[in-house]
Design a protein. Structure first.
Length: 524
């Protein structure tokens, strides 16, 4: 019924003058889990959880419109507590003509790399901080202009506590050189009384405006590409941890620098990224409650490899926005077919690593630059025949539990063997064997995974993580999925370990649970 009313509303807003009503697209998704008590994960915090989304888009010529509906009768475990109830998650109308575009309602935006501002949706993380307001885009030859303002979405509705306004300009000065500049202001409309009280105890008033700016340059020539960004952030409220577990409240300015170098020639390519952050936490609004991943306005992914294997991502590094500096580098080499090492089908080698240290100004004891995180990753992919392909992966990780405030770190070495065998053009079996060696935390782990795919419809996956070094617990999972055109349905059952769940380097905390899950996606 709500969907039908929405269609009628769009038709009324944009009546057709001919027999062509335009193009409609509908997307629906539901994720539901039935939680069950378990001897390993404990009693379930609730009996069930369900996240539901529906999206409708319409386009005709230069006009477009859309809306998104969200319903959280009870959000899934580990998702932000702000996700509850039913609401329009986004409603917009847009008009394009040549190089001009105007949008009213909800939209997503990003300035530069997102260090200053990024509004985006990631349903696996429970993030959707779109802006509700207005946006204008203009392209004139080599020049691009952007102007927008709006209230960020927090939970299921746009917040009434704050608003954001920004102006962005870019110019393609030469074919190989581009410059961009952004100016932004985060306005506090309704400050939290608890934060105001803490600010008063620190001897200052909570600022009504937090300005920010970003300057960027990009250079490319041949196989070389370089990107640089400098971000400045005005005075914002910060709670600093002092020695003796005391907190101090003050206004701090923030800044960030990022340099990315890329080079590719023939079978070789490489990337090197440097990034430094200082006081770069940016919240939709300030409150005295526990920080939520949904309450964020910028994008600060961890400066290290985004792990996809079970054990390699067991203890991920989480960005320390208050102060860190680091390097990440990756080298890729493709051994071509017919060479001594490439063999008949070729071979791919990747070697990468990262080194991140906390800034002393962000640490309670103001210590020296102790290590916050470092890793070395090597993976070798080799195709042995038309049917068989293997991957050998090694990850050596060292993570500081105090974000570099102490010298002690936790080290772990992960070894993975990944094999894919194709029985036919439609049937394939992939298997993973993994081992994690460590003397810290829960010590050694073993993991195995088997995935059978029968294209284009079926896939079945079995996996288990076994902690034989400390607890002796198994974390097993079974999943079955079916796809038909744009219809996808998946069932899962098993245990989920307590820890960070990360997507694109952004992480949220998830409690341990056991349960049976359903995920359904459908679009027309």
């Amino acid at each position: 019924m709500r969907l039908l009313l929405s269609l009628m509303l769009l038709s009324a807003l944009f009546p057709a003058r001919d027999n062509n009503p335009g193009e409609f697209k509908v997307f629906f998704e539901t994720r539901t889990i039935r939680y069950v008590p378990d001897s390993v994960t404990g009693d379930a915090l609730s009996k069930w959880g369900s996240n539901n989304y529906a999206k409708l888009d319409w386009q005709k010529d230069s006009l477009s419109a859309g809306l998104q509906l969200e319903w959280y009768p009870r959000a899934l475990a580990g998702y932000p507590a702000e996700l509850k109830g039913f609401a329009f998650g986004g409603l917009f109308a847009a008009w394009k003509h040549k190089g001009f575009e105007l949008t009213a309602g909800s939209f997503y935006e990003q300035l530069g790399n997102g260090l200053l501002l990024r509004s985006w949706e990631d349903r696996d993380m429970g993030i959707n901080n779109n802006l509700t307001g207005a946006r204008a885009l203009l392209s004139l030859g080599r020049w691009d202009f952007k102007l927008f303002a709006g209230a960020p979405k927090y939970g299921v509705l746009p917040t009434v506590n704050s608003a954001v306004g920004a102006f962005d300009i870019g110019v393609q000065a030469l074919d190989f050189m581009r410059f961009e500049l952004s100016v932004m202001d985060r306005m506090t409309l309704r400050p939290d009384p608890g934060i105001q009280l803490l600010a008063s105890s620190g001897g200052f008033e909570l600022p009504g405006h937090v300005p920010g700016w970003s300057a960027r340059a990009q250079f490319s020539a041949g196989g070389f590409n370089a990107k640089a960004e400098y971000v400045g952030k005005g005075e914002d409220f910060y709670a600093e941890q002092l020695p003796g577990a005391r907190e101090s409240y003050r206004l701090n300015r923030g800044n960030a620098q990022m340099l990315e170098l890329n080079y590719a020639t023939g079978p070789f390519s490489g990337t090197l990224t440097f990034r430094r952050l200082e006081n770069m936490t940016s919240r939709i609004f300030l409150s005295t409650g526990s920080p939520s991943v949904a309450n964020t306005l910028n994008y600060l992914p961890s400066l290290c490899m985004q792990q996809t294997y079970l054990l390699a991502g067991l203890n991920p590094y989480v960005t320390f926005a208050d102060g860190e500096a680091g390097l990440q580098g990756d080298l890729y080499y493709n051994f071509r077919k017919g060479t001594a090492l490439g063999g008949r089908y070729g071979m791919k080698l990747h070697v990468g690593g990262s080194w991140i240290q906390a800034l002393p100004c962000a640490l309670p004891d103001r210590d020296v630059w102790y290590l916050a995180y470092r890793d070395i990753n090597i993976d070798l992919e080799r195709r042995w025949s038309r049917s068989l392909k293997t991957t050998m992966f090694v990850s050596i990780q060292e993570n500081s539990p105090t974000h570099g405030n102490r010298k002690a770190t936790n080290a772990q070495n992960v070894f993975v063997f990944d094999a894919l065998y194709r029985f036919s053009g439609t049937t394939a079996l992939r298997m993973e064997l993994q081992y994690l060696y460590s003397q810290e935390l829960t010590r050694d782990w073993i993991a195995a995974l088997a995935e059978l795919t029968v294209a284009p419809h079926w896939s079945v996956t079995l996996s288990d993580m076994y902690n034989h070094g400390s607890t002796g617990d198994h974390y097993f999972s079974v999943a079955a999925a079916y796809s038909l055109n744009s219809f996808n349905i998946a069932f899962t059952a098993g245990r989920s370990r307590e820890g960070f769940v990360c997507s694109g380097g952004v992480c949220r905390w998830q409690p341990a649970f056991s349960g049976i899950g359903l995920r359904l996606q459908w679009s027309i």
